[in-house]
Ligand binder design. Sequence first.
Ligand code: FPP
Length: 239
Amino acid sequence: MSTSPSVPAPPRHIAIIMDGNGRWAASKGLPRIAGHERGAESVRTVTRECAALGVQFLTVYAFSTENWKRPKTEVDALMGLLEHFLHQELPTLMANNIRLRAIGRIHELPPGCRQTLADAIAKTAANTATTLVLALNYSARAEIVDAARSLCTEAAAARLDPATIDDSLFASHLYTRDLPDPDLLIRTSGEMRLSNFLLWQLSYTEIIVTQKPWPDFGPDDLHAAITEFHTRERRFGAL
Ligand code: FPP
């Protein structure tokens, strides 16, 4: 681990839009999947560093609902990479007391992937240090639609009075119902957009966009982002 004593106390929850795998590969004349493979290495390194720093929650955008529109070869490779990552990383997750979670429409993932994921989630369920949350087949609009549907079902069955729906009740129907909102969002590779990621939860999150593509993002970049986060004044809408 490259934990530096000069890194200030970490944010409780860091979310990451891991962008730029394809551009990283193209810049080296490699196929896109080589960028994703190198990106999976960055997930490993950054997760371990978050655990070493004491970050309680790390949420990474690994596959969006829109990513199904990519060529089948790339989608299949991403699903294979995810399974491989889960198998390979499980001992490290256990050794570092890291709990695995997933958010998204997980039931629509391929069966093999679902099974490996369920197994890793079950085996790490009692771990108490960092929680690594994989956003898989995730879209914030789908999450909000799913929450609205669930509330409507409750109301239609007369188990819920619509007048009682407030921020907190709504949030309790999101996939992230038991997670705190992210304090810091990091997006790699320079694009200035949210790409349908955690739209509800990022309302008061500090955003840092780095130019580096995700495969090149490492512990030093994480430390730099945390240091910049500490220069921000968070007022949550107050004066
Ligand atoms: C965005 O880069 C990245 C993705 C769509 C997938 C992210 C996946 C990984 C980092 C690897 C697998 C994940 C795990 C958890 C093992 P892009 O392909 O859109 O890059 P580009 O914008 O440069 O084309």
